[in-house]
Design a protein around this ligand. Structure first.
Ligand code: FES
Ligand SMILES: [Fe+2]
Length: 333
């Protein structure tokens, strides 16, 4: 996992009044909303005696531990220990490590890195800014997140893995262009039959650490967020952007249905069956023998190696440990 990046961890619409327990980036997290509705993310562990805070209630802008009722504010500081009385001095260390959390584009984002003055921008595609997407769905995949991202660039598996549902589709990737514009990887090409002059055009673009745009036709785009749960599992959230249906409710319903069908017919029985045999499960440097049609995957692997190396150099320079990069508890909410 690449440090110092914004990762999408949850769908905003699902985070309501109750706290939510999540596992992301190898950590147990609790998400909740404070009294002004701001999303808060912290380690899901009470510093008193280790219970999951996510089992507790949110009361007056604080999260209350279910075990002894200690209350913690949005900065992670303990504000009340009922067993010690309202005037008790809060001991040092009675605090929960918190993360930087933002909401944008219908998602809750977590900054996985060291606190800094200026945080980077949340990665998103300009062409989709201010554009409401159709309904999204999120699923857990038992696959390493870098492998699921590689699969987003991979159109040439379609006739083999999904041949039953896509009869007659070509096997050749052609007129294939890969461009790297800063951190933005842009690919486009056609999937065509060997002797046909025209094929099915596609466009796949990527922004690190884990956002992919897939265009099947200019009227139908698909965004995928692939957030690591841990080294072996990925939270995949997909959303359609389409220009066929005008009414938002119909758009949402159609997107939801598309995504459910895609999951049930293609991804679970077909993609997953093949991908879970990939060796190694977690991509290792220069192990796969990539070909020209894997240009997007190659660009992604190269970018990932570079960002990991840069983060490692920065960490060594700062003399920091390799532990999960939590934000230090700050002075106020
Ligand atoms: S374990 Fe949380 S208050 Fe005791
Ligand atoms: Fe597939």
């Amino acid at each position: 996992m690449i440090p110092n990046q914004w990762y999408p961890v949850y769908e905003s619409r699902r985070l309501r009044k109750r706290s939510v327990a999540l596992q992301r980036l190898g950590e147990r997290l609790v998400l909740w909303r404070n009294d002004v509705g701001r999303a808060v993310g912290m380690r899901d562990r009470c510093p008193h005696r280790g219970v999951a805070l996510s089992l507790g209630r949110v009361r007056a802008g604080r999260i209350e531990c279910p075990f002894h009722g200690f209350q913690f504010d949005a900065s992670g500081r303990c504000q009340l220990m009922p067993c010690e009385g309202p005037d008790a001095r809060i001991p040092a260390g009675m605090e929960v490590p918190t993360y930087e959390i933002r909401e944008a584009h219908g998602l809750v984002w977590l900054f996985w890195g060291k606190a800094r003055e200026a945080l980077p921008e949340i990665p998103w595609f300009d062409e989709l800014v201010d554009r409401p997407g159709g309904g999204s769905i999120a699923k857990e995949w038992p696959i390493n997140y870098a492998r699921t991202i590689e699969s987003n660039f991979d159109l040439h598996h379609t006739p083999f893995v999904h041949g039953r549902w896509t009869p007659g589709i070509g096997t050749r990737i052609d007129r294939y262009h890969v461009e790297v514009d800063g951190l933005h990887i842009k690919t486009r090409g056609e999937l065509r039959k060997e002797n046909a002059s025209k094929g099915i055009p596609f466009r796949v673009e990527f922004l690190p650490p884990c956002i992919t745009l897939l265009e099947i036709t200019p009227k139908l785009r698909f965004v995928l967020a692939d957030c690591p749960i841990d080294a072996h599992r990925t939270w995949r959230c997909g959303r359609y952007y389409q220009d066929f249906l005008r009414w938002p409710r119909l758009q949402n319903a159609a997107s939801w249905l598309f995504l459910q069908l895609d999951w049930a017919l293609f991804q679970l029985p077909q993609d997953l069956r093949v991908m879970e045999t990939q060796d190694p499960q977690q991509p290792a440097d220069h192990v796969d023998r990539l070909v020209a049609a894997d240009g997007g995957t190659a660009a992604y692997q190269k970018q990932r190696r570079r960002l990991l190396a840069e983060a490692e150099t920065a960490r060594e320079k700062a003399g920091e440990s390799r532990a999960a990069p939590l934000r230090e508890v700050s002075a106020g909410p």
